[in-house]
Design a protein around this ligand. Sequence first.
Ligand code: DON
Length: 581
Amino acid sequence: MKYNSYHFQYLAIFIFGALFFSNIGCQQSADVTHIEIKPYAIQQSAVFDSVAVVSAHPLASEIGKDILRQGGNAIDATVAVHFALAVVCPRAGNIGGGGFMMVRTAEGESAALDYREKAPAAATTDMYLDSLGNVIADISQKGHLAVGVPGTVDGMIKAHARFGKMKRFGDLVAPAVKLATEGYQISKAEADRLNEYQEVFRKFQNETSPFLKKGGWKSGDLLIQKNLGKTLQRIENQGREGFYRGETADLLVKEMERGGGIITKEDLVNYSSVWRDPIIGDYKNYRIISMPPPSSGGICLLQILEGVEDYPLAEYGFQSPESIHLITEAERRAYADRAEHLGDSDYYPVPVEKLSNPDYIRGRMADYDAKMATPSDSILAGNINISPESFETTHTSIIDAEGNAVSVTTTLNLNYGSKVIVEGAGFLLNDEMDDFSAKPGVPNFFGLVGAEANKIEPNKRMLSSMTPTIVEKDGKLFMVLGSPGGSTIITSVFQVFINVAEYGMSLPEAVAAKRFHHQWLPNTIMTEADMTIDTVALKAMGHVIDPKVRIGLVKAIHVLPEGKLSVSGDPRHADDDVAGW
Ligand code: DON
């Protein structure tokens, strides 16, 4: 592999990309010109003939492309990218977390893989409450008690077993073993982030942690993760057994015992990812295929799309007060349903059919007033905290030459998950337990409230907002997309799709366009910094505007009418990179 020659190999492409972006409109140029030359040059968008990969790191995208070159299909490439991200994107890429994968084969078969973490068997409904019944938020977000039973390794094995073309699963892990063992040069963004977290790392990691560095990290430093390399090697050689049993499992359980966590060997042995029926619904002549519970993504996305379908969005104009108001009202209703009705359908009778029924959704919009905001219930007001901290999930979209498509979103939840690293095994553990509703009506990190449907129960999966999505148009593959961003994932995916489908934008324009978000509670429209919208008109309708740093980091592929693939990372994230041919 040619990691050391990235700088030169891609410099020309990078310069071309920068020139391209600086010429496609004010929103894009403002965002893109800050991209610096790092150890790896980045290409954030391209049009390829037949094969496209987009991920959160150039080394991962390149590994995906290599697997496709070797004859692997989109699923093989996804698995290899996933393991690579566990090394080069330590804040979100993972083997200690979980995620969701949407697959659409060239023949049009679609499948949804749920490899979401599960609560340990010893988890209890009130495990994050103090003696007065108040939520102790910190322990569901940091440290050993915050950790759900990881699902990634089982998920990748199942994905490969069902859809992969490469014979040996281990060959898809091998590139990650090499990256972890030999190390790679970190970008400025990664160095800054690692420096920011040194203090909290020191609380949960000891001197063997590869992330601690006296004097701090700088761009271009080599990050070597020897213990992670050994763990990945065990997965390469032994598959599932290399993670859920034997040395890795022993080390994980030992780590739990050291820090007061509750995951046991039985939890690990019992973990299993699940194939589920995708959520499928129509918006005009588009078919939306997305993630069912335990993600809220598919149902909420469909509810928002169908909520606006009967109105002339394009005629209202891009981000005009009329269109922002309409979308906000559809979002408000979808997130209100999310809070009440959504959770793990293996544990709670989620009314999936009803919630995604077009008549039901139209009924929800029956009290829509085109002139006035509908008040949300202010009693349960959430306290959202969207900061750059909260962009730590990662999404990958891939289409191969045969036309197989994969949309996969994976996470440790917050930046570097629980901040706990498994000593001797070198991987970070998630803090996904915070996605449960620790107490009815009390918001989690993302300001999301929940109820019975998403309460903590042993072995249950916590509700997610991850929305890996595949869209067909007139029966043909049209778009593959997804995003990090916690609660804002769903609305980010919605907006990028609408920007292309309704406003006729190119994919890079659609991804770069500023975004807004409403989630019922808190009752505010969150807007990205420097957004040019008519706040006076929106306030007159009764909306409260709440500016945020940024919303979502979408990575998407759009199949152009002539069959070429327009692929785009998000200019909000300097390391997003596309690869293909
Ligand atoms: O599953 C979820 O919805 C969250 N755990 C995702 C977290 C996330 O997206 C964090 N940052 N972007």
